[in-house]
Design a protein around this ligand. Structure first.
Ligand code: 9WN
Length: 423
């Protein structure tokens, strides 16, 4: 049974491999996406350590001179009308810091150092032969320096667009987005609705707001003047991954003979700030920097700080995961948003459906904190969900019916990791 699932997951990753990286979905997302590639590497490392390394190397090949890792790297050979907003919208190649290849100017959650460390550990001898970590480490360090210096708010890092959270349509952004004047729909042409039903995607009004914010950021020259930006939020998942990836950077530094201590210090400060700033009532919430307040809604991002080792509030997060808001182990996949919350929608993108990558983060976090029974149950439920629905982008959290794209790369990758990582 598991052999069939394993084979099918490998087939999806092979089918979506372009020769240098893996597209998230051939139809809906025909380019390279930043955090998708990190999850893909985590799965791909079990099939081909070399290919997993290449996945990360090709992404970092498009790193900007200022250290940012763009959220999309466009395939010059792909049809320009295949995805909106495409290269014409971002106009990255006119920017002095951008690489030759066209990219977006936004970023995504920093899972990369964690993925690089896990990829290294899959086959250390082979990685050492290829000089994988010595070559990638300076780029990973520059990426984290970009976050700390250009996006730093105290010891945490801010996002300036919902797309930067990876959970684009999360209800946690609704209040801040209300202040953004949407670009009228006649000003752009959505491509996503050619592939996925409208009820499973963001509304036109929300899309108009994404386009406005991205256009304003582009027109500022991607300048990161946080005081002037309309949308400046501290997201618990971005910051949890930042802290966990700084710890991974420390491990990487130690492996290649660099000093791990500065990375450990950043990780400790980020972890302490995450708890001090974002934790309240047993949960981690998003914080609006301009409004100086927490958004008290609960999203699965608030459970992902479990990926941070030695997190003092881990027991409270496990309790919240098991309670009525997320019912861990009692749904097909953990929902992306509070099951009892006012904005809960089981079908719409990031407003309720379960996602495999965030589930993997919760599973990884439970494992890290020694919650092995909960982790095992979550793993079994996730594999059952994949067996029933296939490698869909997201699922109805109760029925487990597939939603969004099919043959989705990170779904296949994290399923493969769950299958190949012995419980
Ligand atoms: C915008 C590729 C990406 C993921 C994001 C997910 C979705 C894009 C979109 O797809 O976002 O970046 O067009 O909706 O929200 O997390 O990286 O899979």
């Amino acid at each position: 049974m598991n052999t069939t699932l394993d084979r099918a997951a490998v087939d999806v990753l092979l089918a979506n491999w372009t020769g240098a990286y893996t597209v998230p979905s051939r139809a809906l997302y025909p380019h390279q996406w930043s955090w998708d590639s990190a999850f893909v590497a985590i799965g791909l490392r079990h099939v081909s350590a070399r290919r997993a390394q290449r996945e990360l190397e090709s992404l970092f090949g498009a790193q900007w001179a200022d250290g940012r890792v763009p959220h999309i790297v466009f395939d010059p050979a792909a049809a320009p009308e295949g995805y909106f907003p495409g290269p014409d919208f971002w106009r990255s190649t006119g920017h002095p810091a951008s690489p030759a290849v066209a990219t977006s100017g936004l970023v995504q959650p920093p899972v990369h150092a964690l993925a690089a460390w896990l990829t290294f550990r899959a086959d250390p001898a082979q990685a050492r032969r290829r000089g994988f970590l010595p070559r990638l480490y300076p780029r990973l360090a520059a990426w984290h320096r970009y976050l700390a210096t250009r996006r730093g708010v105290d010891d945490l890092v801010a996002i300036v667009h919902p797309w930067e959270s990876g959970m684009d349509n999360s209800p946690a952004w609704d209040d801040a987005l209300c202040r953004v004047e949407p670009t009228p729909t006649h000003g752009f042409r959505r491509r996503d609705l050619l592939h996925v039903q409208a009820a499973e995607r963001p509304t036109d009004t929300d899309y108009g707001r994404y386009v406005r914010l991205a256009g304003d950021y582009r027109d500022s020259g991607y300048a990161d003047r946080l005081a002037d930006a309309q949308f400046v939020l501290l997201d618990p998942m971005v910051n949890a991954l930042y802290a966990a990836s700084e710890s991974a950077l420390a491990d990487i530094a130690a492996e290649i003979g660099e000093d791990p201590r500065p990375h450990r210090e950043v990780a400790e400060r980020a972890s302490a700030a995450l708890v001090a700033r974002l934790f309240a009532d047993g949960f981690c919430h998003a914080y609006d920097v301009h409004e100086r307040r927490l958004d008290r809604q609960r999203t699965v991002a608030g459970l992902t700080p479990l990926v941070v080792a030695d997190l003092p509030v881990a027991p409270a997060l496990v309790k919240s995961a098991l309670g009525d808001h997320f019912r861990l182990g009692r749904t097909a996949l953990p929902p992306s948003y509070d099951l009892t919350g006012p904005a809960f929608d089981p079908d719409r993108y990031w407003r309720g459906p379960g996602w495999f990558n965030t589930t993997w983060l919760v599973w990884h976090g439970l494992t890290q904190h020694g919650e092995l029974d909960h982790a095992a149950r979550l793993r079994d439920a996730t594999l059952t969900a994949a067996r029933q629905a296939g490698f869909r982008e997201y699922l109805h959290p109760f029925t487990g019916e597939g939603r969004g794209a099919t043959d989705f790369s990170w779904t296949a990758a994290v399923v493969l990791d769950l299958l190949r990582t012995a419980p």
